[in-house]
Design a protein around this ligand. Structure first.
Ligand code: 0OX
Length: 331
């Protein structure tokens, strides 16, 4: 049945209510991976909001879920200078490299340190800026000092909150990636359309974020894991492990496989565990990132020109190519 048209006052209240409800469902589905309603429930509410916004365009807000579909054609990407440098990581390739790292850190710190271990997501490093809880800027890492402004493209990435759970101003960093299954599906589409296929999910994510047509980005099913707080604002975490939990508490998607390790032996056991589990994960990883957990120790150890002294990336040997081919043959 067709409803009587809403007055502006009714439409304003209804739109606010629908936005909050839809953004909650979207958070559950894309950030927490725990949807509580079927797609048709979301779709019906979405259409209700979209109809109100068509009737009353002035009611469209920057955090409305209707703004996720893109539709802007950009002329290019402006440059962004990172006030806080986006560092890269020193690599390790053997057990000996990891134990040498532990020896160096303990010597510099002058005591036993604990480590926060994280999967090394094989995507594209991004930086996200929020002012009073609103998403205002997204950028690529670039050379660590100057990156590209890809705000409009990142607005279409559903796991990136357009509004935080608290009205705070922070800058956070993480990885934007394409899930393995989305990569296989995209390459199948491209192959059927006679287009070049992407070599791996990382290239597919990078290629997607370079699109000037934001509606194309919206269709690529990109996702994120956030892992660094660059400008803390009112955040209070004193360790990397707690910072990851705090990032999740304010609305970001973080990787659930993190582990707090008391010794380097525990770190090595974690590395072996996830080298085994790597092929079962729904996203690609190229190693493990090991970070001294306490921020006081990170501050003491500091950075070299390009990378922190308090972290190392253990790189897995490249995955045998046929593993990926097998997946494509199966789909
Ligand atoms: N690809 C990843 O998953 C990843 C990359 N980098 C970092 O931390 C770096 C960032 C700056 C200093 C330490 N953590 C990660 N999890």
């Amino acid at each position: 049945m067709t409803q009587a048209p809403l007055t502006l006052a009714e439409a304003t209240d209804k739109a606010k209510e629908l936005r909050a409800q839809l953004n909650q469902y979207s958070h559950e589905y894309y950030v927490a991976d725990k949807p509580t309603v079927e797609d048709y429930v979301y779709d019906r509410l979405y259409k209700e909001l979209s109809d109100i916004e068509t009737e009353y365009p002035d009611l469209i807000t920057s955090d409305s879920p209707t703004q996720r579909v893109g539709g802007k054609i950009l002329q290019g990407f402006e440059k962004v200078t990172h006030e806080v440098q986006m560092y890269s990581l020193n690599d390790g390739f053997s057990k000996e490299d990891i134990y040498d790292f532990d020896e160096r850190v303990q010597k510099l710190a002058g005591k036993q340190v604990t480590y926060c271990c994280e999967l090394k997501i094989d995507g594209l490093a991004i930086s996200l800026k929020y002012e009073n809880g609103k998403f205002v800027q997204g950028a690529t890492r670039g050379d660590g000092t100057v990156g590209e402004n890809i705000t409009e493209n990142l607005k279409t990435v559903k796991s990136i909150p357009l509004e935080l759970k608290k009205p705070i101003s922070v800058e956070v960093r993480g990885e934007c990636y394409m899930p393995k299954q989305s990569f296989v599906n995209l390459n199948k589409e491209r192959e059927e359309a006679g287009q070049d296929v992407f070599a791996n999910p990382r290239n597919a994510a990078a290629g997607s974020l370079r699109q000037l047509d934001t509606s194309m980005v919206a269709k690529r099913n990109l996702s994120t894991f956030l892992y660094t707080v660059a400008d803390f604002g009112p955040m209070t975490a004193q360790t990397q492990y707690d910072a990851l939990n705090e990032l999740s508490d304010i609305g970001f998607r973080t990787n659930p496989e993190k582990k707090l390790c008391q010794t380097i032996d525990e770190v090595w056991a974690y590395i072996e565990e996830y080298h085994e589990k790597r092929s079962e994960l729904p996203y690609e990883i190229d190693g493990i990132v090991i970070k001294t957990n306490e921020f006081t120790i990170q501050d003491e150890l500091g950075f070299t020109v390009k990378a922190p002294r308090w972290a190392i990336a253990y790189k897995f040997p490249p995955e045998e190519a046929q593993t990926i081919v097998e997946e494509i043959e199966w789909t």
